[in-house]
Design a protein around this ligand. Structure first.
Ligand SMILES: O=C(O)C[C@H](NC(=O)Cc1c[nH]c2ccccc12)C(=O)O
Length: 438
């Protein structure tokens, strides 16, 4: 069976490459995946999946870091101009760009959930002959948006898996649930899908990522290093005044933000685990001789456990209010994203290892990745599945990269998509071989 699947996936490669390059060219960042989601929905319906879309899979109030109504409308319009399929758009309009595709085999068995993400980053792709996407005509056509983290590959893996599993449906049991998530960057989207209940019936859950520094032909069966994180936008509002004539009448928002930045980076460590804090954006002021009346900063905190992140976050709130008090300015804090820490379950990691071994394609099969310290909101899904007694893991398929993630020259070796599809398909097809811990 595995051999048949492998052959099928290899036949699909040219189509996968075309699909990935199309998504790459029309990169859409979080909550704005309008073209992407209409194409994904259309493809999944044609394959024969039962679909749940938009508000049925995204809880409106649990969305974080949603762009403004005017930005949403503008990008919906652009998506239509760039080939979005209009009849699907009403489902996704207003920032509800999520899809869950279900295949009921009609035979008894578990519910297996697979999660891929669809969003691009807010980044300008390099338009230079030295960069393959430009050279071969699929660099981002969308200014300020770029697939620089491989989610174009993840979405393509999800669609390829959908095709392969549908073709092999007579050999499957239980239920297959394919989850296409918006707005992973900034950890904004997953929580709203969990709140809508999309993983409430999932017994075995697997999320995927390509790259992340893992070498080609290596697989990490259970990434174990995700940090809990909180993302904040902070606005300081002061009073403008003549910087020479009446500086004492001003209330300096720039200084409050600068003070807060230094204070944030000086938050003490926590003995319970590692932590991070970053002020990634700091903007303030309007003119050289004007006391700055406004300032904005984008902040994130992280911790190796939820508790450590909560400690750093609470300290951050005190630093921000303290800096505002010091300069007598007002402040406003908006929660823009969040994720938990989460660990994969051992039995599921072992099963993934066993299936990867059977495929015979990997040079190295690593159970747990140590050291790296990113965040992921798939952790909300993992924790929800685990809380109900299910199994969950986060798999990384290594690949050669042209530059690091979130870099303007990012690109990956597209062959990794085949390894991803083969491995995930094997998890579903051979589920009878899964042995729980007890
Ligand atoms: O917090 C975010 O915005 C999510 C973003 N996530 C990623 O970059 C994914 C990621 C980071 N490190 C790893 C390691 C393994 C898999 C995925 C990742 C991050 O950590 O900044």
């Amino acid at each position: 069976m595995v051999n048949e699947i492998s052959e099928h996936v290899e036949q699909l490669f040219p189509a996968l490459q075309t699909q990935r390059r199309d998504l790459h060219k029309y990169a859409e960042s979080g909550w704005l995946e309008f073209r992407t989601s209409t194409l994904v929905a259309d493809r999944l319906e044609k394959l024969g999946y039962a679909l749940k879309l938009g508000k049925d899979v995204i809880d409106a109030d649990s969305r974080m870091g949603l762009p403004s109504a005017s930005v949403l409308a503008e990008h919906e319009q652009r998506a239509l101009e760039q080939g979005a399929i209009a009849r699907w758009m009403p489902h996704f309009s207003g920032g509800f760009t999520g899809i869950v595709a279900t295949l009921e085999t009609g035979r008894p068995g578990p519910v297996m959930g697979f999660r891929v993400d669809m969003d691009a980053l807010d980044l300008n792709e390099v338009l230079d002959e030295a960069h393959r996407p430009f050279r071969e005509g699929f660099a981002s056509a969308n200014n300020g948006m770029m697939h620089a983290c491989g989610h174009d590959g993840h979405t393509t893996i999800g669609l390829g898996l959908a095709e392969v599993l549908m073709q092999a449906r007579d050999k499957l049991c239980g239920t297959i649930k394919l989850i296409f998530q918006p707005a992973e960057e900034g950890t904004r989207g997953a929580k709203s899908m969990v709140a809508a209940g999309v993983v409430d019936d999932v017994d075995y859950f697997t999320a995927v990522h390509i790259g992340t520094g893992v070498p080609a032909n290596h697989i990490v069966c259970g990434n174990d290093t995700f940090m809990a994180t909180t993302k904040l936008d902070v606005h300081f509002t002061g009073v403008a005044s003549h910087a020479g004539g009446k500086p004492e009448e001003g209330r300096n928002a720039l200084l409050a933000a600068a003070q807060a930045t230094l204070g944030l980076h000086a938050i003490p460590r926590h003995s319970g685990g590692s932590s991070r804090v970053n002020v990634g954006v700091l903007q303030a002021g309007t003119g050289r001789n004007v006391v700055a009346s406004s300032a904005m900063m984008k902040v994130e905190t992280r911790g190796s456990t939820n508790e450590v992140n909560e400690f750093i976050y609470q300290q951050a709130l005190k630093v921000i209010s303290g800096a505002a008090e010091m300069h007598q300015v007002k402040f406003d804090i908006k929660l823009m994203g969040a994720a938990q820490s989460s660990k994969p379950t051992a039995a599921w990691v072992n099963y993934i290892h066993q299936q990867a071994e059977k495929l015979g394609e990997f040079e190295e099969i690593i159970d747990r990745q140590e050291g790296a310290a990113g965040s992921e909101d798939a952790t909300y899904m993992m924790e929800r599945v685990k809380a109900r007694g299910g199994e969950a893991s986060y798999v990384i398929f290594g690949t050669d990269l042209s530059a690091g993630h979130h870099n303007e020259l990012f690109d990956f070796d597209e062959k990794v998509m085949m390894q991803g599809i083969k491995t995930l398909a094997a998890l579903a097809l051979n589920i009878a071989e899964f042995k729980g811990e007890n």
